[in-house]
Design a protein around this ligand. Sequence first.
Ligand code: PMP
Length: 424
Amino acid sequence: MINAYTADDENRLSDVERDLVERRIRVLGPSYRLFYEHPVHVVRGEGVWLYGPNGECYLDVYNNVAVAGHCHPHIVAAIARQAAILNTHTRYLTEGVIDYAERLITKFPPPISQLMFACTGSEANDLAVRVARAHTGGSGLIVTETAYHGVTQAIAELSPSLGRHVEIGAHVRTVPAPRTSGDVGRAFADGVSAALEDMRRASVKPAALLVDTVFASDGVFAHPPGFLGEAVERVRAAGAVFIADEVQAGFARLGDAFFGFERHGLTPDLVTMGKPMGAGHPLSALAGKPEVLEKFGHMSRYFNTFGGNPVSCAAGMAVLDVIEGEDLMGNARRVGVLLKNALLELAARYGAIADVRGVGLFIGAEMENERIAARIVNGLRERRILISATGPGANILKIRPPLVFSEANLDQFISALGAELAVL
Ligand code: PMP
């Protein structure tokens, strides 16, 4: 992680920050990473703002989980209300889980009509893989070269972005990320065909193609809409299913669609979702066509202690209320267009920006190299604006604010980014 705190950054820290960093390393061990050379200490959030212990206020241009803005009062109240009434699990008859599932399923094209709940995106993907394998009788899985799908053993094996020390599963094949020019769909599909052919030679029966429909960890690829269609056709012709990972793209962020797969004119066989679904409350799900879920349901019971509990469902319901009631998809579309145009203008002035990609409020700005991206990310942090970087070369600025991001927020972000580019 290019923009992470390292021991060399010690001298930037206040006494309180140094104490927290030391305690953290002591008790949480070596696996955790902090963002930024100068880590950000936050104690409170509201809307697009995060606040430090002394009232410092940071513009959040990064956190997609807080889809409705930090601590949205309607969502907070829904969680508190349900927590005070009942919190249990899905082995009793409770109405909330059914109400919520019925409402959420209306966001999908009709053949997708059933939902199973979990708590994290990783769990939803893990379940999707089990379901796909049960349905197809295959084991082979195709993901992109810098994919990230989560943390369980099975899913870490499908997440090459975790680095070369994390092994890719024996039945996993990787394909190049989408291109940015030429016949994007054909090129991506050819990668998928090569993976299918490799499986055939190794006597591995394919089970699924699993992709993040905005390709966030690969570097953000959203155009042209529809480019995934050909690859999905080839996967289905080989007897496998298509799993759309909507953990990043889903819940209105892309502005022109509630889920990323819609932009590709596709009906996936399975869809996983998480992150913004509970706006910070741990809530995730797998949605699917009944015939795809059928076999797994007969082979195995499914019980997830916390998945679909009444408080989580109240949170999920309130998130939908806010996305719809405040037209956050419309805001993502409107402000997203302005954001992309503003970045393209900066790209025309400063050669350091090599490309601007994405849609709605999910934008990747490709910088010339990792060093420049790290300088921008850390420079903006000093200006109290939070973004990050992604992609195989860690050189793509990841710009992904809460969907309540306004034009005024955009102006603040763009003028700070312009100032950073000017001093490069
Ligand atoms: N899929 C994608 C595309 C993700 O970006 C992530 C998280 N970054 C996950 C799955 C895993 O979600 P979680 O961290 O909730 O397990």
